[in-house]
Design a protein around this ligand. Structure first.
Ligand code: GCV
Length: 684
């Protein structure tokens, strides 16, 4: 009797397939009867082609037959053509990888409830050659700035055990056009290049390869010293060069299609060529020479700054511009979207417009280090589009996208990088909505012209529901979420007023004795009794001069500077009159409150979406939206009350009443585990 009761209870009360978010946007229903798929005569059945066939057989649910074709006259560079005639659909490309992207595009249409009409052709060629994820994963399984568990790379088990997650990861990336990945943190451990580790890397590369994904590694510039036993890592030393040559030969023996190296040198304590009186060119070109015979590339990061007197925002330009045109063809300078560090809002980095003779690539941060981590919903396609669409004024209408997609020499590689938000939790990204940013990175690096609204719609329809009553309001939520976060965190060009260390909450007052000035919020906000903001005009740090005209002039003048960058470029008095007639102080208060109001509306929108979302994801996201709304009040109160000490002005009547007292907030220390999902109830 008891056992029957147990069995009945299990079947009645435990859902057979609890929704854990692990399927991401790939939620096609498997066919009961395999779909009709054939290969054209000349097309070889490679491993990649087998994946394409399998995906269609399993998930293409239309009676229309599909023919796959690799042909030299079809689109190249991973591009593809879809063509529907009365006889069926053909998917063609110059490569099997292109065919794979073609079939994922076809399946995407199907999932969104769209279809190809007879006579219709779709042709696509990706915006960048390399659409590359950067994992900041450490060999010990931790992830720098990771908020979704531990690393998916299980180094202890490799190469013996190959986790099935690697193939799921490869498939998810291929489905959105990502074709490369850097497995380890830019703060690289030298042991990543040990033979033991390389064998493990090779085992991962083998799983990723059929999905068209190339494997790259971040390298520590001091590796020849630390693991090579040499007494120097000087790039001009012949023994050092020989060490790298031998190491690279070993890598290519194990991984014949290895992509190359990502290097963070002479930045935040990492070793680099400057340790030996050499330059970034010396370091990058030495590695480029070693990789060139294998067609490998070096992605050399421009994220460099010293604790010097010069404005941190100016330093990447100052260090790299003198070398424009001196880097080897297979070097790409990897530049963060803004001149400081993935802040909620930054103007685009002036290097994009400045470097004319050097291949430059944008680096975006998918993981939300500075944007509420895996708690806040902030859809980043809007932010990335804002950067990519910015006119650099280097030449007529040359945008950041244009400047980075242009080849400086015929053989150069173009690329766009995103710092991954992936970990080993079941839903990959901690928050189910944060999957939208992984998705958006893939889709945008494939096609920088895609509007953010289309990407939001695609994601929501595939991941949650195609019902317009769900898609329309939640898509609006996503599209407004970046502006909301800026408003409740750092409006009007404020930046880097985060709590030290974890970068989750506000700490405009933060002062760590003995700390570098450029690691403290007061360096960035410069609040005093006159006003607030960093003077980067020609009277200040001169950062405006790094932009081409008319931007330099526009940014330099407080009256023409876009208000979203006002306090980025200017130190402005509290009673300065904004374009809407409010004083800066009043406007700041109203903008913070607008951000809070938006998050309250997001909670409502999500509550109204309940009928269209499974209970598990609904509940988990509801908790997060509520926490985001509470955090927004925390941000508002901390910043407004702190700045009020300098402005001496009251909060405008009717704007808001603070929920917290400044002295309580200043005493509050967020413990590192408080901002994981488990600690969501622990607010200041
Ligand atoms: C990988 C910021 C982050 C660091 C990160 C660094 C970088 O400073 O806080 O964690 O280090 O950027 O991009 O190299």
């Amino acid at each position: 009797m008891r056992i029957w009761w147990l069995i009945i209870s299990i079947f009645c009360f435990v859902p057979l397939h609890a929704e854990d978010g692990s399927q991401l946007w790939l939620r096609m229903k498997r066919n009961a009867v395999p779909a009709k798929v054939s290969l054209s005569k000349e097309t070889k059945k490679t491993e990649t082609m087998e994946i394409a066939i399998r995906e269609l057989r399993d998930y293409w649910n239309s009676p229309t037959a599909v023919t796959l074709k690799v042909a030299s006259d079809a689109p190249g560079r991973d591009g593809f053509a879809l063509n529907r005639t009365n006889n069926g659909i053909s998917v063609s490309s110059a490569t099997d990888r292109g065919v794979l992207y073609g079939i994922y595009s076809l399946l995407r249409l199907q999932q969104m409830g769209d279809s190809l009409q007879v006579g219709q052709t779709v042709q696509e060629v990706p915006s960048y050659d390399l659409r590359i994820l950067n994992h900041w994963d450490n060999p010990n399984g931790t992830i720098e700035r990771g908020y979704a568990g531990r690393s998916i790379w299980k180094w202890d088990e490799l190469p013996r055990r190959i986790s099935p997650v690697y193939e799921e990861y490869a498939r998810a990336n291929a489905s959105i056009g990502i074709n490369a990945t850097v497995l380890n943190n830019v703060n690289a451990k030298p042991e990543m290049l040990s033979t033991d580790m390389l064998r493990k890397v090779a085992a991962i590369a083998k799983v990723l390869r059929p999905y068209g994904i190339k494997t790259f590694l971040s390298v520590n510039f001091a590796s020849p010293k630390v693991i090579g036993g040499l007494d120097t890592a000087d790039p001009l030393d012949t023994q050092v060069q020989a060490w790298w040559k031998k190491k690279v030969a070993e890598i290519y023996r194990l991984i014949p299609d290895f992509g190359g190296f990502l290097v963070k040198a002479n930045s935040e304590g990492q070793p680099g060529p400057q340790d030996y009186g050499r330059t970034h060119v010396d370091g990058a070109n030495m590695l480029a020479d070693v990789l060139a015979p294998y067609k490998g590339v070096v992605m050399w990061r421009a994220f460099v700054y010293q604790a010097s007197s010069s404005d941190r925002a100016c330093q990447a330009y100052e260090e790299f511009m003198p070398f424009d045109g001196q880097f080897k063809e297979n070097v790409i300078i990897q530049v963060k979207n803004g001149p400081i560090d993935f802040q909620p809002r930054e103007p685009f980095s002036p290097l994009f417009g400045a470097m004319r003779n050097t291949q430059v690539m944008p680096e975006f941060q998918i993981t939300q280090e500075y944007l509420g981590q895996s708690i806040h919903t902030v859809f980043l396609a809007t932010m990335w589009k804002d950067c990519l669409d910015s006119d650099t004024y280097q030449e007529n209408g040359l945008t950041v996208a244009g400047a980075t997609q242009r080849r400086t020499v015929p053989g150069a590689t173009t690329a766009m990088a995103g710092v991954a938000n992936i970990g080993d939790v079941r839903n990959w990204t901690g928050s189910d909505m944060a999957q939208s940013n992984w998705y958006a990175f893939g889709r945008l690096s494939w096609n920088t012209e895609l509007p953010a609204a289309n990407i939001a719609d695609e994601f929501l329809k595939q991941t949650f529901s195609t019902d317009e009553r769900f898609v329309a309001p939640v898509s609006q939520l996503l599209l407004r979420s970046w502006n909301a976060a800026i408003s409740y965190m750092m409006p009007l060009g404020l930046h880097h007023i985060f709590a030290e260390g974890h970068h989750y909450g506000p700490e405009p007052w933060c002062n760590v004795p003995g700390f570098r000035k450029d690691w403290l919020p007061s360096y960035y906000h410069q609040a005093d009794s006159f006003g607030v903001g960093f003077d980067r005009t020609t009277n200040g740090s001169g950062a405006v001069k790094q932009y081409h005209e008319p931007l330099s002039v526009l940014y330099n003048d407080v009256n023409t500077c876009p208000e979203e960058y006002l306090l980025w470029f200017h130190h402005v008095s509290w009673d300065y009159i904004m374009r809407n007639g409010q004083t800066l102080w009043d406007n700041l208060c109203y903008t913070y409150q607008f951000g809070v109001d938006e998050t309250v509306r997001f909670v409502k929108t999500w509550e109204n979406a309940k009928a269209y979302v499974d209970a598990e994801r609904y509940e988990k996201m509801l908790q997060r939206f509520r926490r985001q709304a509470a955090d927004a009040e925390w941000w508002r109160d901390a910043c407004v009350l702190y700045f009020q000490q300098y402005s001496g002005e009251p909060i405008p009547a009717g704007c808001f009443t603070p929920k917290h007292r400044l002295e309580d907030l200043m005493r509050y220390k967020l413990r590192i585990d408080n901002y994981t999902a488990a600690g969501m109830d622990k607010l200041p």
